[in-house]
Ligand binder design. Structure first.
Ligand SMILES: [Zn+2]
Length: 459
């Protein structure tokens, strides 16, 4: 009898599960998602320059005024963070120049297709492919890696114009009679980073021109998506990897003034130097730590936890971090750029922004900040894909979505709590006042005993 009940219960559970599966299959697929990065778009460019097309885009969607990106604030680590939700120490792309002490290989932007560098994390275009979606990448850092590409991809070539890159993305997202449209696509463009390095972010004339071109490209993006009948049907996130700080020939730190170059090997130089000591590391660290008032030296074990930049074999024994706007050089070299990034990710000059629009996003909504590691779980949520393990959370990012009411919920909770506090205060006051108005009870007194009654035996 008991066995029969158990079998019946399990059959029922299986039927319920099958019913759920059928329900899921019947759900319409989520809207496709396009992630666009304009490299080096410092958050306050939005306040300093007109950007009418970008403003039109987020007026119909959401704006995150500052995105707290990951250390080091360089292109490769941050672009990999956007598509993995991991800090650099976890995804293993620690800078644009790296040395691996196990394989003895060197990494640089022009030598980046070896999969061993990227294998600690899975970018979303691979996870989405495994979920059965078609995906596409155009020039995104890390998208040309051997055996780790999207369904469609354009290998990196800086000579390919924005219009051409966009044309490919639009075609892949549209699909045709034979080919299903892409569900997740990423699009990368080198500006305003290129101009920011050459002229510095404080050069209003030059940056105004560069940002006018970026904004024209955003206008083109909107136009092409409308022409392809994708606008309003897909979700679009426009963001960037990092900001830009103003550098100067008057803010130079020369390593060789402190230490002869025979003592160390430089893997990466400025504004965060990765140093391999060739002699006694402690002695070399001692010299470097006193080298310059605008540079901080760390032994690997002492790198602050908040930077999430310690637990990886590709982080070298000594790390030097220059203050904002300072450039680290070796003797003989001169400053070649008036703008740079890579500095501490707590600096607002290093932060980019985020704008998004589409059927899943709220309209005319803005928040002041968000962690860049949170964008990955947001994108997985938008695509209904189970995320890989990551350092982000949906807690704050979900407030950007139309289906969520977290901002309103917080307001309602605030109002209810406020009303309860007010009510309790009124009750307490009322009771206090009532107590005051009541007659004071007489102090306890012993009963006065009549002498006559004291002892009936007397008398
Ligand atoms: Zn960059």
């Amino acid at each position: 009898m008991l066995l029969k009940i158990l079998v019946g219960f399990l059959t029922g559970l299986r039927a319920l599960a099958a019913g759920t599966d059928t329900t899921q299959q019947r759900l319409p697929p989520p809207p496709p998602l396009l992630l666009v990065s304009f490299d080096g778009f410092r958050a306050d460019y939005l306040l300093r320059f007109p950007m009418p097309n970008l403003k039109l885009l987020y007026s119909q969607g959401v704006l995150v005024e500052q995105l707290k990106n990951v250390f080091i604030t360089k292109t490769f680590p941050n672009h990999y963070t956007l598509v993995t939700g991991l800090y650099a120490e976890s995804h293993g792309i620690l800078s644009s120049h790296m040395y691996d002490p196990v394989s003895h290989k060197l990494f640089s932007p022009m030598k980046d297709t070896d999969p061993t560098w990227w294998s600690k994390a899975e970018p979303l275009w691979l996870t989405a492919r495994k979920s059965g979606y078609k995906t596409a990448t155009t020039m995104w850092p890390g998208s040309d890696v051997i055996n780790r590409t999207a369904t469609h991809f354009l290998p990196y070539n800086p000579d390919v114009t924005f219009r051409e890159r966009l044309g490919n993305v639009t075609k892949w997202m549209q699909g045709d009679g034979n080919e299903q449209g892409v569900m997740f696509a990423v699009l990368y463009w080198e500006e305003p980073d290129r101009s920011g390095h050459i002229f510095g972010p404080e050069n209003t004339t030059a940056m105004g021109k560069a940002l006018k071109e970026v904004d024209d490209n955003i206008g083109l993006l909107m136009l092409e998506l409308k022409r392809a009948n994708l606008w309003g049907r897909i979700n679009i996130i426009v963001t960037s990897d990092h900001g830009m700080a103003q550098c100067s020939t008057e803010r130079i730190i020369r390593l060789d003034d402190c230490l002869h170059p025979d003592n160390y090997t430089v893997v990466d130089l400025s504004p965060v130097a990765a140093i391999i000591p060739r002699k006694d590391p402690k002695a070399i660290y001692a010299l470097l730590s006193k080298c310059h008032a605008h540079m901080t030296a760390y032994l690997k074990k002492d790198i602050p936890d908040r930077l999430h930049y310690k637990n990886n074999k590709r982080i070298q024994q000594i790390l030097l971090i220059a203050d904002e706007g300072w450039t680290i050089l070796q003797r003989g070299s001169t400053i070649t750029k008036l703008g740079d990034h890579g500095y501490d990710n707590s600096l607002s000059s290093m932060h980019p922004f985020l704008a998004a629009t589409g059927p899943s996003f709220r309209q005319g909504y803005r928040i002041s900040s968000l962690q860049s590691v949170d964008i990955y779980p947001l994108m997985c949520h938008l695509l209904s894909i189970p995320p890989q393990p990551n350092n982000g959370t949906l807690t704050q990012a979900r407030c950007l979505l139309a289906a969520e009411t977290c901002g309103d919920t917080m307001l309602v909770i605030g109002l209810v709590v406020g009303a309860q506090i007010a009510l309790i205060t009124i009750i307490v006051l009322f009771r206090l006042l009532r107590r005051r108005s009541m007659p004071t009870p007489r102090a306890f007194q012993r009963l006065e005993v009549d002498d006559d009654d004291d002892s009936p035996l007397m008398g």
